[in-house]
Design a protein. Structure first.
Length: 287
């Protein structure tokens, strides 16, 4: 998701640098012979950005997932690469966040996988949301259809390159997973009739993006963490919610699990990150 905050980069991999926006200080990857690694890749959702404190935090699904995985693999280390504002193009080519001795987030991930060949147990990816969010007017909330058309063509092409490179760098023992996105535009439902039309109209766009992502991930041998389903993004069943009255279930869910309704911000809150972590954990436990 789009923000302009400094990336909170690596746990046991890259230094956490918040003082200098977009720049990470050099820090060696540390580990002993018994270490295995989980590499989390993505945008500000992977980085755990929270608008209430205006920075990246450790409520990130990647941190919560790491804590769950570590219960079963005590020697597991987390290489945390998520970058605020990352798009599919910048993840490939760089330009949004800086990584020591790497040109891009993907390059940083591939270098880590090469250094720890055979010891990378898990790789998770979330990317593509900012490609679409860049097409939304900050004043009206309307979509720029020409921009959307370009984004929907570029996303699967770029993600195919990303997943292909990651898969080639892994081993048969590496488990890969990528996620679909919940629909943050549902929060517009609370803004009257115009907002409700925007919320309804966003469904086909988000579903199309998620279908494309799922197809690319599956073709690359990635498990698909269906976060959209976990958030009930397509369920318009009306329910009564204190403070909101009667709203669709998916609107209530996005209000409960993100900041879309309280701060008009698309990022998941701590509870939303817990749901995302659980969705990843469920598919990574599969054989």
């Amino acid at each position: 998701m789009r923000t302009h905050k400094a990336p909170q980069l690596a746990a046991a991999a890259l230094a956490v640098v918040l003082a200098t926006p977009g720049v990470a200080a050099a820090c060696p990857w540390n580990g002993d012979d018994n270490s295995t690694y989980y590499i989390s890749i993505g945008d500000s959702i992977a980085a755990g950005y929270q608008p209430d404190v205006n920075r990246d935090t450790d409520v990130a699904y990647s941190d919560q997932l790491y804590a769950q995985l570590k219960q079963y693999q005590p020697g597991l280390k987390h290489i945390r690469l998520g970058c605020d504002g990352e798009t599919t193009a910048s993840l490939l080519k760089g330009g949004t966040c800086s990584y020591p001795n790497a040109q891009s987030q993907l390059d940083a991930a591939l270098k880590a996988m090469a250094q720890y060949k055979g010891k990378v147990a898990y790789v998770t990816v979330d990317i593509g949301a900012n490609d679409i969010l860049e097409c939304v007017s900050k004043t009206t909330g309307a979509f720029d259809q020409a921009c959307v058309n370009r984004a929907t063509q570029a996303i699967p092409q770029n993600v195919a390159q990303i997943t292909g490179a990651l898969r080639a760098a892994g081993t048969p023992n590496t488990k890969f997973a990528g996620m679909t996105y919940y629909n943050p535009f549902l929060g517009q439902w609370l803004n009257g009739q115009g907002g409700q039309e925007t919320a309804k109209g966003s469904v086909s766009l988000v579903n199309a993006e998620n279908a494309a992502l799922s197809q690319v991930y599956s073709r690359a041998g990635f498990k698909v963490a269906d976060v959209a389903r976990a958030f009930g993004s397509n369920d318009f069943t009306p329910i009564n919610v204190p403070g909101y009255g009667e709203v669709p279930s998916n609107v209530a869910k996005v209000c409960q699990l993100t900041w879309a309704c309280t701060k008009q911000d698309p990022h998941p809150n701590a509870s939303g990150h817990t749901v995302i972590a659980g969705t990843f954990a469920a598919v990574l436990r599969q054989g």
